[in-house]
Design a protein around this ligand. Structure first.
Ligand code: ACO
Length: 401
């Protein structure tokens, strides 16, 4: 007979927790979130201090290795990342198999997964050196892959990284330089992008990181696992939210339409994208930093009166004083502002989630490394609460009703 596992639940041997609201699946020493207080720490350092004093590559070293680097350690790390930032010419040909109008996230899932087919020399997950080289390759190559996905979509020739620029400056250069004109780096915009990278670098066991861990728990190689993480991040409830915020602002159109839109939110016909978070039941600390960055960027570009920004501010103002949002502890999350910043920098909406993916790659690979290095690692295998039919006998087709 079919055994109904609810009988196990009654004896306390089984937990039923859809959406993992109260189930920890691992131990981790990388990132800590206090959702009630709205605090976020990478390896014990408050996110506000990292956003102000660190840069993305230094934060990558911290997340991967557990400590801030000395000057020598950072120079060596920087050298290794620069050494790996090119893409093999055959990988460049691989892009050409996609339709030009493919979403850059679709291209990223494919190309990052395809790295498994190129780097046989770093696929042994039981070898610490292989794990480290794979981590460096991913951190170095993913911005290049994202930039080329954009260029392919635009019909632009592929570009190459330029050593000597910072990580975020290099990304802007790869996105926007043309054979006729080199992209002139604006330090304020590059700093804002770098901050977006830092704020998105890790967020403990979110859906995409849990996906990377689950894929990795079977012993799959790191490139395949990160491709799985990118696929999960693509969804509008997760990494697709920054793109969804801009689409929502376009749909609302202007400030006069906000009250009608809010009525629809409360009637649950649609959500206010960029609001709410599974863990933060307070202001998302990343959103506070992003809001300041948003101000800096709009001032730099003279866009303070931009209607889209005004519309976003109106939505925020109404939501923060509305009982629907207050009772449910719904506050703006990081993506409410990051989309506005990216849009002001000139980055098209379809590249918002790829930028999240490139920043989160270091978090994913840090979690993967932590998990694989644990001698007690087990394959992830959730159970289920079966709700189907009880045992029954096969009926010949002529006897079926
Ligand atoms: N707009 C309107 N109502 C909302 C919103 C929202 N953005 N978010 C949650 N609610 C409501 C729900 O309808 C629910 O109401 P109810 O109690 O009357 O049923 C209540 O608030 C609780 O929401 P849940 O869906 O249970 O919260 P959960 O933790 O499962 O979801 C999530 C969190 C997915 C982020 C949700 O808030 C959401 O969809 N937000 C919009 C998308 C978004 O911005 N995602 C980005 C997340 S951050 C990131 O990935 C970096």
């Amino acid at each position: 007979d079919v055994v109904d596992i609810r009988t196990f639940a009654k004896t306390g041997m089984f937990t039923f927790d859809p959406g993992f609201l109260a189930t920890a699946a691992c131990e981790s020493s990388i990132t800590f979130i206090d959702g009630d207080l709205g605090q976020l720490y990478y390896r014990g350092y408050p996110i506000e201090q990292l956003a102000e004093h660190s840069d993305f590559l230094e934060s990558c070293y911290l997340l991967l290795n557990g400590e801030l680097p000395t000057a020598e350690q950072f120079a060596e790390f920087n050298r290794k990342i620069m050494r790996h930032n090119m893409l093999n010419d055959q990988i460049m040909s691989f892009f050409k198999g996609f339709r030009r109008d493919a979403h850059p996230m679709a291209v990223m899932v494919g190309v990052v997964g395809a790295l498994s087919a190129f780097y046989h020399d770093s696929l042994d997950i039981n070898d610490a050196h292989h794990r480290e080289v794979s981590a460096h390759r991913l951190i170095a190559k993913v911005p290049n892959i994202a930039a080329q996905a954009y260029r392919y979509n635009k019909g632009l020739p592929f570009s190459y990284p330029k050593n000597g620029l910072t990580y975020s400056e290099n990304f802007l250069h790869m996105m926007f330089s043309t054979p006729c004109e080199e992209y002139k780096v604006n330090k304020v915009l590059a700093k804002a992008l770098d901050r977006i990278f830092i704020l998105h670098a890790d967020h403990e066991q979110n859906a995409s990181t849990s996906t990377v861990r689950l894929a990795g728990s079977s012993g799959a190689n790191p490139f395949a696992c990160i491709a799985a993480g990118i696929a999960c991040l693509w969804g509008p409830s997760h990494g697709g939210a920054n793109e969804a915020v801009l689409k929502m602002l376009d749909e609302i159109g202007s400030v006069e339409n906000v009250p009608a839109f809010m009525e629809g939110v409360k009637a649950k016909t649609h959500k206010l994208m960029g609001f709410g978070h599974r863990v933060y039941k307070n202001f998302d600390p990343r959103a506070k930093i992003m809001k300041e960055t948003c101000d800096e960027v709009l001032n730099e570009l003279g866009l303070r009166d931009d209607p889209k920004f005004q519309l976003a501010m109106k939505l925020e103002e109404i939501a923060l004083s509305d009982p629907y949002f207050i009772e449910r502890k719904l506050y703006p999350n990081v993506d409410f502002y990051s989309g506005i910043v990216l849009s002001a920098i000139g980055i098209p909406v379809s590249m918002f989630t790829p930028i999240f993916a490139l920043a989160r790659t270091v978090g994913w690979i840090s979690h993967w490394t932590e998990m694989i290095s644990d001698p007690g690692m087990k394959i992830g295998r959730p159970r289920q609460l079966y709700t189907g039919s009880v045992r029954r006998d096969y009926a010949q087709v002529a006897d079926r009703k």
